[in-house]
Design a protein around this ligand. Structure first.
Ligand code: 13P
Length: 278
């Protein structure tokens, strides 16, 4: 199998009525655990890292490892920059060989988001890479429905945005948020359905941690083709590591490394199975 683009994977997911899992990674154990899970599930995945995480996990070290892991995998893997905030970082990721980049200009005014997304699309095209953008604001979910209304993606605006930018995938805001939800979110499936009816671009659901399996299945039935999971993998790694070190007087590095990878593996496999309808 191969290092592939995000566009290829979301289009395939569209044909198969599935979603492809996009899993955030921050070290070697996370990369190995995520790829092993995808191989065991026999499904493609997206390995991703967000610009804001590069302080802990430098791109110069992560990028070659993520790309090598993708090339060696027995399933198709796309390597993606999540929440790119600066053109400089996006350019660097593309130069390292990432097959996809996300520009998160969702906090900018609509026209500026479009203009910057077009700039990124032109850049990515030179590298043969895909582009994901975001419209509406993911996050700020305190369980307040009124706030969801303010932040949710407007279906008509989504149509204009996709027409004018030609992005390969669009992240939508439907009451989802990053991190652990304080209460179960009430996702606005009515809005997702309207967006799906208006826009043919494959849709992306951020903030996957804490969303129930039934909600994932419903989201997939309404056009979500990429689902992002970050916090759950970081938490699993830390919990498995703690469970191991709590049981021994003198922790062994190699066993600890295996436990970290196993924590990520278990989380990724569980999600892939739901997203792919297994
Ligand atoms: P979670 O951390 O909530 O899983 O969100 C992941 C995400 O959307 C990364 O962009």
């Amino acid at each position: 199998m191969a290092l592939v683009t995000l566009k290829e994977l979301v289009q395939r997911a569209e044909q198969q009525n599935k979603a492809v899992g996009a899993f955030s990674v921050g070290n070697m154990e996370m990369v190995m655990g995520a790829v092993a899970a995808a191989e065991d599930a026999g499904e493609p995945i997206i390995l991703q890292i967000a610009e804001k995480r590069l302080k802990n996990s430098p791109l110069s070290l992560m990028a070659p490892m993520m790309i090598a892991a993708a090339k060696q995998a027995s399933v198709d893997v796309a390597v993606h920059l999540d929440h790119g905030l600066t053109l400089e970082c996006i350019q660097q990721a593309l130069a390292y060989g990432f097959t996809s980049v996300m520009l998160d200009a969702s906090l900018l005014p609509f026209e500026e988001n479009i203009a910057m997304t077009r700039q990124v699309s032109a850049l990515a095209e030179r590298f043969g890479a895909s582009v994901e953008a975001e419209l509406g604001v993911v996050g700020g979910n305190e369980g307040d429905t009124a706030e969801h209304k303010i932040l949710c993606t407007d279906p008509a605006a989504a149509q204009t945005f996709c027409e004018q930018t030609g992005v390969d995938a669009l992240a939508v805001a439907i009451g989802n948020a990053h991190g652990n939800y304080p209460v179960l979110p009430e996702l606005r499936f009515d809005i997702l359905e309207q967006i799906d009816n208006t826009v043919s671009t494959p849709l992306v659901l951020h903030g996957g941690t804490g969303i129930t399996d039934d909600m994932f299945r419903r989201a997939v039935s309404l056009g979500i083709r990429k689902i992002n999971i970050a916090t759950a993998s970081f938490d699993h790694l830390a919990q498995y590591a703690k469970a191991y070190t709590d049981t021994v007087d003198k922790p062994d590095y190699f066993k600890l490394s295996e436990e970290m990878a196993r924590g990520v593996y278990d989380n990724v496999l569980r999600h892939i199975r739901v997203f792919s309808g297994q």
